[in-house]
Design a protein around this ligand. Structure first.
Ligand SMILES: Nc1ncnc2c1ncn2[C@@H]1O[C@H](COP(=O)(O)OP(=O)(O)O)[C@@H](O)[C@H]1O
Ligand SMILES: [Mg+2]
Length: 255
């Protein structure tokens, strides 16, 4: 497809593309995120009816940006786009190597990043199958991952760190059960669990950001589980709860 044709079809469909001449912020986001292949992936998602428009950015992270998108029926989606140009992709391979789901791991930057997005999609699918509170995966093409949006029209669901919990003990128990469920039923360890990667919607805690999550047979699984548990223990201790990491680990592993 010719460059001009691609732009013509996407006209009015990608907010930062539309506004890049007017807003410095949008220009920056556009330049960092939307290389030709990413535009093509978004084009495929739009032309196949997965979404209608790609709207405002919700977040800019180390490896990717998260956008809000709208479906034809007006409902919202979350779209995570891993940046191919400016992401710290070298750290990613250690979470992929050793995972039996990924045998032929690409060596180049682009290939590794596409595999990473596919890994996050597969992890979300396993979580969905095990009925774990996390965004439902919808579609992944290359570095673009479409999932259920958490939050309202006005604002995305806040991170746990920004929420004043009504009942910290109840939230603690619920997160502990979620980690256990993840371990026992989805056979995964989150691997980057903290108050930054839990979103709270209507008082319910959802785990997000699962690209690095590993299967139990992965060589890093136990070490990552300990770190996840330690982060949660620290967070809830600050809120005045009595948290014991060893007890938590025993509970999660079911021994
Ligand atoms: N499904 C979602 N619904 C609403 N907001 C989301 C969703 N997924 C991510 N976000 C927002 O985007 C931010 C970054 O997403 P995350 O997956 O944690 O990526 P990063 O690797 O940048 O930390 C989150 O903190 C949250 O605010
Ligand atoms: Mg995160």
């Amino acid at each position: 497809m010719k460059e001009e044709e691609l732009y013509r079809i996407l006209e009015g469909k990608i907010q930062v593309l539309e506004r890049r001449e007017k807003s410095v912020e949008d220009r920056k986001t556009y330049d960092e995120v939307f290389d030709r292949n990413t535009l093509l992936a978004v084009y495929k998602l739009i032309s196949s009816g997965v979404m209608e428009t790609l709207d405002y950015p919700i977040s800019t992270g180390k490896e990717g940006n998260v956008f809000c998108a709208t479906k034809e029926d007006g409902s919202l989606l979350a779209v995570k786009i891993y940046r191919v140009s400016t992401s710290t992709y070298k750290n990613l391979t250690k979470y992929i190597t050793g995972d039996p789901r990924f045998r032929n791991i690409p060596k180049d930057r682009r290939g590794i990043i596409y595999t990473w997005a596919r890994k996050e999609y597969k992890n979300l699918s396993r979580m969905s199958a095990a009925k774990i509170a996390a965004p439902e995966p919808i579609k992944q093409i290359n570095n673009v991952l479409v999932m259920q949006y958490l939050g309202s029209k006005e604002q995305p669901a806040p991170m746990l760190k920004d929420v004043l919990l009504d009942n910290p003990k109840k939230s603690y128990k619920s997160i502990l059960n979620t980690i256990k469920n993840l371990y026992i039923n989805a056979k995964l360890v989150h691997g980057d669990l903290s108050e930054y990667n839990v979103l709270v919607e209507d008082g319910k805690c959802f785990l997000i950001d699962v690209g690095q999550s590993v299967v139990l047979e992965h060589p890093l699984a136990q070490e990552l589980l300990k770190r996840d548990v330690s982060n949660m223990a620290r967070y809830f201790k600050k809120l005045g709860l009595d948290t014991d990491e060893e007890d938590m680990l025993r509970y999660i592993r079911g021994d």
